[in-house]
Design a protein around this ligand. Structure first.
Ligand SMILES: NC(=O)c1ccc[n+]([C@@H]2O[C@H](COP(=O)([O-])OP(=O)(O)OC[C@H]3O[C@@H](n4cnc5c(N)ncnc54)[C@H](O)[C@@H]3O)[C@@H](O)[C@H]2O)c1
Length: 278
């Protein structure tokens, strides 16, 4: 699946279009689909004349119904993307997530690509290798909201026939920022490839995959993604010097270093690190 492939006659909605990944995907998906409709609570910067933006708050079901009207597929990136107090997570990710899937059902949208996160499984220990079948082990209220999103996605896929790809994104940047990110990094091109698999794969029904490049230090078995044809080109190890440089600037984090979620695990941590985590 390459960007050179003939554009498909598909109308695609991108939520969270003003955010970091939304801004990147706007460029990478340009021209790939008949329509790329952008939405966010905030206006994206540098909007081109050829781009359509519709403002909407995910917590407002009527507004979400308007933005999904007439689209075939949704790339759902919108919401709180880091740890926050419960009210904020609840509003944007729990209520907002429900509204997104429910609006998709009401308007007969065929596909959703859901931006899940490594933080849904952040409390697994780094010396374990996990697949996508391992039970969720969230490391934060944010991680819980992503596990909720995956469950919601499964319900709408199994009961209402939506096709859904949940991508447990590690960390998308041009280069991995530190040692933890050497295990979970994904290049922008590899993430765009996974998103396109979610939007186009003919036999996709419901799947969870890891959003990771071809990383030698990976903690994840990404067989489900490979079965769907994913062929990552990025390799975190090619950027080792950059990651070590970033690591040297970080404060020590002995608790975070035990678990995949790193600082998301050590934040507010009050347990016994010997007996906690998966
Ligand atoms: N960046 C990463 O490496 C990474 C890793 C794992 C998962 N993810 C997930 O991918 C998605 C995109 O990540 P990002 O880094 O671009 O995050 P981001 O914070 O840059 O973008 C999120 C966007 O969602 C919008 N938003 C927040 N609340 C909203 C609401 N109530 N209604 C409508 N829009 C709302 C924000 O305005 C923002 O533009 C998020 O769901 C995030 O949890 C990202």
């Amino acid at each position: 699946m390459t960007a050179a492939k003939a554009p498909k006659a598909k109308r695609v909605l991108l939520t969270g279009a003003a955010g970091g990944i939304g801004t990147m995907l706007r460029r990478k998906l340009k021209g790939a689909y008949a329509e790329l409709r952008l939405s966010d609570i905030a206006a994206p910067k540098g909007l081109g004349r050829d781009e359509t933006f519709v403002q909407a708050d995910l917590a407002d079901l009527a507004a979400v119904e308007k933005i999904v009207e007439g689209v075939d597929a949704i790339v759902h990136l919108g919401g709180v993307s880091v740890e926050q107090p419960w009210d904020a997570i609840h509003r944007a990710n729990i209520v907002g997530g429900y509204n997104l899937f429910e609006a998709a059902r009401r308007h007969r949208v065929k596909r959703v690509v859901f931006a899940s996160s490594n933080h849904a499984v952040g409390f697994y220990r780094r010396n374990r290798r996990i697949g996508t079948g391992a039970p969720v082990r969230p490391d934060s209220r944010y991680g819980v909201s992503k596990a909720f999103g995956e469950a919601l996605a499964a319900l709408y896929a199994d009961k209402y026939g939506l096709r859904v790809l949940c991508i447990r994104i590690g960390n998308v940047t041009e280069k991995p920022a530190d040692v933890r990110r050497l295990s979970i990094w994904i290049s922008p091109d590899d993430l765009a490839q996974l998103v396109r698999i979610g939007l186009e794969h003919p036999s996709l029904t419901y799947e969870i995959v890891y959003g990771a490049s071809d990383n030698a230090r990976s903690w994840w078995d990404n067989a489900a993604a490979f079965r769907l044809g994913y062929r990552p080109a990025g390799r975190a190890e090619d950027h080792l010097a950059h990651a070590l440089e970033g690591q040297a600037k970080l404060p020590p984090d002995p608790i975070g270093d035990l678990f995949e979620g790193g600082p998301f695990c050590s934040s507010e941590f009050a347990g016994d690190p010997e007996t906690r985590g998966g």
